[in-house]
Design a protein around this ligand. Sequence first.
Ligand SMILES: NC(=O)c1ccc[n+]([C@@H]2O[C@H](COP(=O)([O-])OP(=O)(O)OC[C@H]3O[C@@H](n4cnc5c(N)ncnc54)[C@H](O)[C@@H]3O)[C@@H](O)[C@H]2O)c1
Ligand SMILES: O=P(O)(O)OC[C@@H](O)[C@@H](O)[C@H](O)[C@H](O)CO
Length: 389
Amino acid sequence: MSTAVHFGAGNIGRGFVGLLLHEAGYEVVFADVAAPLIDALASTPSYTVHEAGEGGRDHVVEGYRAVNSATDEDRLVQELARADVVTTAVGPNILRFVAPAIAKGLAARPAGASRVAVMACENAINATDILEREVRAAARDQGLDDAAVDARAVFANTAVDRIVPNQEPGAGLDVRVEPYLEWAIERGPFGDTVPEIPGVTWVEALGPYIERKLFTVNTGHAAAAYFGRAAGKRKLSDALADPQIRAKVEAVLQETKALLVAKHGFDPAEQEAYVQKILTRFANAELPDTVDRVGRAPLRKLSRHERFTGPAAELAERGLGTAALLAAMGAALRFDAPDDPEAAELAQLLGGPDPDENLAGRLTGLEPGHPLFEDVVGVVAAARASRRD
Ligand SMILES: NC(=O)c1ccc[n+]([C@@H]2O[C@H](COP(=O)([O-])OP(=O)(O)OC[C@H]3O[C@@H](n4cnc5c(N)ncnc54)[C@H](O)[C@@H]3O)[C@@H](O)[C@H]2O)c1
Ligand SMILES: O=P(O)(O)OC[C@@H](O)[C@@H](O)[C@H](O)[C@H](O)CO
């Protein structure tokens, strides 16, 4: 039986990647640093993924193993050394912490073993490229040069799409998810030996797919979360049910649609259908999703190549409108979820002495002279003024 080691047994790990790999016939090994989660997986023979909403059904995941990647590196490396697939869903900023173990697993691979497919399943453009750079750097410490890494691993970028909320207290390992899913993986790196994973869409060029996903699903989602929190909503679906918030989110998605159509040549009618489908997914009241989860990590979400600054910068460079995206960025600057470390850091930055221009550059990575820069400075100044009121 083929083996897949998956880093990150959280929402998307259990509710999407682990599920699809299990259904594809892989023996799944979950690796995570959260001891209670790993202990629960190790002592529970199965969990259920409940699809909530129209057409949803239940799926049972079983036959997995679990390893604590913080305390049991030897076992982790053994699992990695014979894995056919390695996936991650830990968050883009965590990839550098999982790379050293993957490199050790490559070094411990038996002679003649087939190449392991390494795929990061994170919401970030080309997350596997980030992971690959870290793995190659760590592999050099194991005495593996790039050619040796190439002989042992194939790296492929992916785009994953399924809304998996934080789970209700008491849900145990079971996961409530939306029925929809899309997992696009670039085919090129695999040559003629593409892994068999039913449900995957293999694509020649992932760039347009991942930008369409990030700048539609995630831009719209985050906009709904930030406008929703500012209006006192807790559930994401309640935010979407508010006509004023929905109109603001739709305006944001019209701007990103303009970019996606102009840049990648998507058919406008198809993109509009994609937008409408996504708004229906956000409105799914059977999902217990919250504005605090969707808006989490506002500093990451405001950064240069992410869901707001990324498309807004390119729109401005093309002379296209960005007013709705700037309004959403303004709402993001007001995000004050109490348990979010980045929201607290953002509040400190906004309350600190940095001039508006410096702060605008620091938050978005834009430089003076960029056609969006002065608008962002205005948004920062307005957010500071509203926090003082
Ligand atoms: N939840 C969704 O709807 C969704 C959908 C698509 C993509 N994603 C992406 O998937 C990733 C994970 O999101 P999530 O919602 O599952 O988050 P999550 O917090 O539920 O899960 C992340 C897991 O990673 C674990 N982790 C943290 N550091 C680790 C490390 N060093 N080694 C191993 N495990 C570690 C955490 O303990 C946690 O269990 C993010 O990049 C997110 O953007 C999420
Ligand atoms: O995971 P993040 O923090 O990048 O974004 C929050 C949500 O928008 C995201 O998790 C979506 O639910 C998911 O990307 C849907 O495919």
